[in-house]
Design a protein around this ligand. Sequence first.
Ligand code: SF4
Ligand code: SF4
Length: 367
Amino acid sequence: MAELSEQQKAQRANELAAAAKSQKAQLKQSKRQLAMVFDLNKCLGCQTCVVACKTLWTRDEGMEYMWWATVNTQPGKGTPREWEMMGGGFRDEEPQAGKLPTRRDFGEAWDFNYDEVFFGGKGNSVHLQPSGEPDWGPNWDEDQGGGQYPNSFYFYLPRICNHCTNPACLEACPRNAIYKREEDGIVLINEERCKGYRFCMEACPYKKIYFNHVRQIGQKCIFCYPRIEQGVAPACARQCPGRLRFVGFLDDERGPIHKLVKTWKVALPLHPEFGTQPNVYYVPPISPPRFDAEGNIDESKPRIPTDYLKYLFGPEVEPALATLKAEMAKTKAGGKSEILDTLIVYEWKSLFGPFTTDPATIEPRTV
Ligand code: SF4
Ligand code: SF4
């Protein structure tokens, strides 16, 4: 067989690169996009969403340390520890190198002295405690927050996989094992194709993929798609007592998600600069005013520094907060606010668009 000339080799390389690009583009396509909006003014930090997800999806071997849904205190290191500093995502549309989070960064799965407490016959002399001396966990810095008394502050930040429109995880997978569902944009990992290379974990700037050390594959939030297919909202949203997790299609113009994100622009993506176009949006927290050095209330400065909120949600957070405050002033003056009525959620069903079916009525019942 005749050797290829340099020009032919270059042409072949270009063809292969173009084919790979078009394959990735196909994996990324979806006709519609499911999204969530979390109103941070209502999160109690109760972790019910976290446990609902854990109970449903991550109880198998190799998944012990996985928490597909997390709620961390801000400011804080989050989970995995200092995930915001780990890189990945895109800059100027170019993929960025990222760090591979370790199980220790996630916080391991602690073991407890169950046998000693329940079967050791020691009565009240022993109490449940972690074995060994853990020095990190998925919610280690809970309620620490930031600032100095009397201006200390914190709020809770629930996170799941963002089911991004431009998923860095998908882009990084050499096996094309990650894809977006055409009908709803949910990002899934095909476990048959995955070979456990973990490039997706490095690439995801939100560090929302976990490695199953037993099955040697990557695993992540699946937006409860078996429930979605039967008209049931994801477990984290359905179980949330704070009524703050809206679920729906982004293009449903009559739904709360479209209105909050597109029309009123009061719900914003987390770290939009990561370049993945996430589909989880946050209504930023409004805080009381600060105290000045004399201990008087200074109405001009919010307790949560605006610069910190800009760091999390980008510059659009300022107009979003201004809109929310204007709406609050309107209702205080006796007026009505469709934005606040939407965020209050008088009827729980208004959170979930077409996904209000009772989970107890579907099969299998565990879903
Ligand atoms: Fe992928 Fe991470 Fe985006 Fe989820 S959040 S779709 S894992 S890049
Ligand atoms: Fe916050 Fe709701 Fe999760 Fe509780 S269940 S931590 S209120 S998002």
